[in-house]
Design a protein around this ligand. Sequence first.
Ligand SMILES: [Zn+2]
Length: 397
Amino acid sequence: MIRSALCLLFLLDASLAFSQDSLWYAKTTGGAGKLPFIEYGIGDDRLGGAKMGFLDSNIVVTVVDSFRTDYKIRLSNLHSAYIAKTSVLLLGKHPDTMVVHNTHLSGNIKVYGDSAYDYISVTLDERLPYRSMQLIGPSRIALDIFGVTSNTNWIVQMSTAKEIKNTWYEQTEDDVLRVYIDLRHTQHWGHSLSYDSSGRHLVMRVRRQPRTTDIRKLRIAIDPGHGGDNVGASGDISKITEKEYTLLIAKELQKALKKAGVKQLFMTRLKDTSLSMPERIEMLREFNPDLLVSVHLNSASNDTVQGTSTYYRYIGFRPLSMAILRQMLTLGLKEYGNVGNFNFALSGPTDYPNALVEVAFLSNPADEKKILNPKFHKQVAQKIYLGIVDWLKQLTP
Ligand SMILES: [Zn+2]
């Protein structure tokens, strides 16, 4: 089954002659942990090109061009994106090039909640591509649905919704519908997007701020970076590997959190295990944390570069990484900074707040000396714990 699909893909690809009069349909493929993502352009770096967002599977897109490992897909008349060829299955030639200029219509929008989450469901006539953005000041989520013209004359908002304060939309372009979702709390706690089984509703699940922000009641996930075949960076002088020391520090963090009374803890690994990023994401999705902390050790080609840093991908999750950095800096480490829009795979999910900590540089002799010291692991663990506590303290009720 997989083989024949791959074969078809290859044959089609070889014969593709992209031009305005030969467009192709394709549908996104996915599977556990492997959400297909779309990128803004063909740029690439160590962690891949800049991502526009993730897509559900079985979304039909129009392929307009082919570039190395990516297809260029049309999202709307004015928007396009790039997607890995391995993330789509070509379905065949477009029967009529005019079809792609026809837009779809949106229907009713419903906002509601159950015992755990809030939801917003947008009625559409097909599984169409989308992207979402966290906005701050005030905190809200913007959801762009591509290829859609509004026929939404009914936004029903139920009192069961606890986190979603307001919902409205704007037709930002002829065929792009932007739905705004206002949040009750300043802090973003995450959201997930997928189509329901009918394929007629794009559903956003919005995580609520926990009823109590007592750290002991939270579900906390820790990801010790690397492991197994993936050794990560290595010590400049000691030649120790990043994977061993991220695990040592993560275990100290696990201990510190347990000691503080956190009961719902999850470590992506407890041993020297090889784990792919999709595997980690799938495990995390299953655990469904309230927050995730990833632990890494940095490295640079220039051995004078040193210091501690924290990373986030989405602006709504920045406060957690800032709070951890402020605590880390009290260890007397130099500041390497707080880095945004970071393209690390585990920073990619929008589902829960997450922060990555690059404790210090293995490539810098002074930092390396600290990293080798077991006392320092305990101190780092304590600072990360205090950073989480500080972050929780500044939440709006
Ligand atoms: Zn690393």
